[in-house]
Design a protein around this ligand. Sequence first.
Ligand code: C2E
Ligand code: CA
Ligand code: CA
Ligand code: CA
Length: 278
Amino acid sequence: ALYNSKTTSRGRTTVYSAEHEARIRSERAIENALQNADLAKEFEIYFQPVISLPEREVVGFEALARWDSPVLNRVPPDRFIPIAERTGMIHRLTVHLFERAVEQINGLPGSLSLSFNLSAHDVTSAETVAALLDIIRLKKIDPRRIMFEITETSVIGSYEAAETCLKTLRAAGVKLALDDFGTGYSSLGYLHRLPIDCVKIDRSFVSGIADPVAIGVVNSIVNLCRSMQILCVVEGVEKPDQLEVLEALQCHLVQGFLFGRPQPYETVAASALEAGTV
Ligand code: C2E
Ligand code: CA
Ligand code: CA
Ligand code: CA
């Protein structure tokens, strides 16, 4: 047994350092590719529908960044966003993506909203916030159609700066959503400290929704939002039985593969026009 555990532990050490090295190499590769990226050519925005219940109508879209690098092919946002933050490129990237998202959503019926993810660096940068508000003015979009999504982790650490930025955004008429709700340390604490219009319940609660505890949690958050007059979106709805549970809990807004995967603008535009929502 002793001999075995020795080899195992040595084996693991080797595997670990090789993995670690590979990870560093891939981070460097992403960093380089990102630094040299042609944002207009390599990046695209995919739109995922947000659905209202009980009508089951599309009320808006969440913009999700897609990067198709000529060197690295598809790199998921969970990988490149942290690197863009670390290298300081996030400012340029956010502003670029937001401008395109607004241009595209402007081509859709005016009742449809745009949800756009902001990173920690965005919500603590007065410069980024000013640039986002400039775009709203220049592109002449009704700010009430826009919802910026932030996570709790993005305000931890620089709470004061974030609070100032969020208040500036909200004063301009845009809405704010607390994303990945329920996954952080003190989501409830931020709910009344920050000027929040909407909560997005993390999809981990929905995947376990056969479990009475998960149902109870979702039910509590939905009721809490209702009593605070905050909107509530349940994310990650994939199956009809999950939808049934959420309908019984009287959830008003849902999102997930059941209703639509994130898709390119052309696809959502075609179906929005076809649906006759114009
Ligand atoms: P998020 O904001 O929580 O976005 C939801 C993620 O869940 C998206 O992954 C979406 O494709 C995925 N999703 C939606 N419905 C379902 C479902 O029913 N089942 C499952 N399994 N997944 C579903 P994606 O597009 O890979 O984005 C990952 C994260 O990257 C986002 O999480 C967001 O935090 C970040 N991100 C994406 N685009 C941007 C961006 O433009 N700016 C910033 N700062 N972050 C972004
Ligand atoms: Ca989001
Ligand atoms: Ca989320
Ligand atoms: Ca997330």
